[in-house]
Design a protein around this ligand. Structure first.
Ligand SMILES: [Zn+2]
Length: 415
């Protein structure tokens, strides 16, 4: 049996088993006792509701994972990749267009296989727990818009990467790296200006006390913002959020309308201060740099596997090509990418604590951030007691109880 095939089968089965173990541990660590911190904000019934939500989503995502692993295994072992390739080659185009057709079909099939899960999650689970505000029309329009965007942005990018590999020889990986990096920078501009407005409505917040408070806090911290916006997050879900978009003087702060509804002005300023902390402490630049390094390494490794005959045989291919190597490499790279994501998540959790501390220091009111975090957790029915292994592998943010604990520790240290 082909050594690559053995490795890939092992990776697929191992990662599913790992997820199953984590889901089990996560379910075990749900506790019916309401954590002390939340005693005055949750009642027992609502807390029970949040536990049910956590259990449902944990089981559902394991089911989805199992299904996608099974489908991938079947597709791989039945020679699905070769069938798609033969079909794509039948059109008789050159390597790049054939590659686009090949990858396009695989992406289409993969989206198609997750669609029932996404429908069930939105219209059954989120609906049952009172989050869903997505209409069928919005759901369908979202899929159409995302597909068009993918055609307009993703296809040319993929064509460019294929072209670099085909025409620049041994340095192809380097050109791809630079190309992808420039594309990422371009997206930093396109996302807030063109892409996000396709999906949501952004409107400047009204003049009033909140706007005055925000501007005076930003001024005090010497932080330039181009605008303060509210986004109709309520179009899809009742969950709350806030974020910054853009760079330098193009920075905008965006609050979900649902967040402005549920939080008072002090808490909103605390959330804003946290988000600003990410900029002031250069977290965004550090993440971008980290990402650049990891894509460089990835492209280099990928270049070593291009047109690898033995790897292509594992996928029962009649023909060897650069574009199919791209996909096959993804299979053997996935353990590395898991390790990278563990590293990035750890860094991101560290950044979250730092931004919390920044907010506590600059507003001088850590209590407000704690109150805001609690309201967010309650409104989003966040899992208050995720298993540490789950946090280690998947969480980009520490659990809310950990964040509150750190904030309290910090206030004690200051006093
Ligand atoms: Zn944050």
């Amino acid at each position: 049996m082909n050594i690559w095939l053995i490795l890939i089968l092992f990776i697929l089965v191992f990662s599913f088993t790992l997820e199953a173990v984590i889901s089990y541990l996560n379910l075990k660590s749900l506790t019916p006792t309401l954590p002390e911190e939340f005693e005055n904000i949750y009642d027992q019934t609502k807390y029970g509701h949040s536990q049910k939500y956590a259990a449902t989503t944990i089981k559902f995502s394991l089911l989805e994972n199992g299904f996608s692993t099974g489908i991938t295994l079947l597709f791989l072992l039945l020679g699905g990749f070769n069938i798609v390739d033969v079909w794509a080659r039948n059109f008789g185009y050159g390597e790049i267009i054939t590659g686009l057709i090949f990858c396009g079909i695989l992406i289409f099939l993969s989206v198609l296989s997750t669609l029932p899960f996404s429908i069930y999650s939105t219209f059954i689970i989120e609906e049952k727990f009172g989050f869903n505000r997505t209409t069928v029309k919005t759901f369908i329009l979202d899929i159409i818009k995302a597909s068009l965007l993918f055609l307009i942005l993703g296809a040319p990018l993929l064509a460019l990467l294929l072209w670099f590999f085909m025409s620049t020889g041994a340095y192809g990986w380097f050109y791809c790296w630079v190309g992808l990096f420039l594309f990422t920078l371009l997206m930093q501009f396109l996302a807030p200006t063109v892409i996000m407005p396709l999906f949501n409505k952004f409107s400047p917040i009204e003049d009033g006390l909140l706007k005055k408070d925000i501007l005076s806090y930003a001024d005090q911290e010497n932080f330039k913002i181009q605008g303060i916006y509210t986004m109709d997050g309520s179009k899809r879900s009742s969950k709350l959020n806030a974020f910054f978009t853009g760079f330098g003087k193009f920075r905008k702060i965006v609050f979900y309308d649902t967040l402005l509804e549920k939080l008072d002005n002090y808490e909103i300023i605390a959330v804003l201060a946290h988000e600003m902390g990410h900029f002031k402490l250069r977290h965004i630049l550090k993440m971008l740099a980290g990402n650049a390094i990891q894509t460089g390494i990835m492209f280099y490794l990928l270049s070593l596997f291009l047109e690898n005959r033995s790897l292509a045989e594992a996928f029962q291919m009649d023909n060897i090509s650069i574009y199919s190597s791209l996909i096959f490499f993804g299979f053997i790279y996935s353990p590395v990418s898991m390790l990278v994501s563990i590293l990035f998540n750890a860094l991101s959790r560290k950044h979250e604590y730092a931004a919390d501390q920044y907010a506590a220091e600059t507003t001088g009111k850590p209590e407000m951030l704690i109150r805001g975090l609690k309201k967010l957790a309650v409104a989003n029915l966040s899992n208050l007691t995720p298993h540490p292994l789950h946090v280690f592998l998947h969480y980009s943010h520490p659990s809310v109880l950990m964040r509150i604990k750190k904030l309290r520790q910090f206030t004690m240290d200051v006093q």
